[in-house]
Write a protein that binds this ligand. Structure first.
Ligand code: SF4
Length: 146
């Protein structure tokens, strides 16, 4: 599952993508609109700034904006930048690999083999969707029971 930090980073980046080309966006606006604690958001935006995907300006009229157009950044890029895990089981994760205490041999486990495929296909999908691509919230496309 994506970490809280990765989820916040994605929501902040979606907000900045919506406001791309409109000048600096204040931290308070992002925090309020996306319901992200301001202190945590500051840390996340600093990290995204160091990674070169967000730029910022201090001062009264300062704020944050995307360093490049939203069509140049994929969700896969973002998850990797935040070192987020896409795996449904920890032993299938690249960034947070872990085995359960009563693990059978990893190279013989069919559950792990299946989850590696799910992880890889999820990564391929996220690499094909850009921040500029329209995504409809579930309320507009019908909710899933999964
Ligand atoms: S038993 Fe299978 S799914 Fe569980 S940790 Fe071991 S390899 Fe992974």
């Amino acid at each position: 599952m994506l970490s809280q930090k990765t989820r916040y980073a994605i929501r902040a980046m979606q907000h900045l993508a919506d406001r791309y080309g409109e000048g600096p966006v204040q931290l308070g606006e992002i925090a309020t609109a996306q319901k992200i604690p301001a202190k945590f958001l500051t840390t996340i935006l600093s990290e995204l700034g160091r990674a070169g995907v967000v730029e910022s300006q201090r001062g009264r009229d300062g704020g944050y904006w995307l360093a490049s157009p939203p069509q140049e950044l994929t969700y896969g890029n973002l998850v990797r930048l935040m070192r987020g895990s896409l795996a449904l089981v920890p032993c299938a994760s690249r960034n947070a690999h872990e085995r359960c205490s009563n693990c059978v041999a990893e190279n013989e486990c069919r559950l792990r083999a299946l989850m590696l495929k799910v992880r890889d296909q999820t990564a391929d999908l996220l690499d094909s969707i850009h921040l500029s691509d329209p995504i409809q919230p579930p309320s507009q496309v019908g909710d899933s029971t999964i």
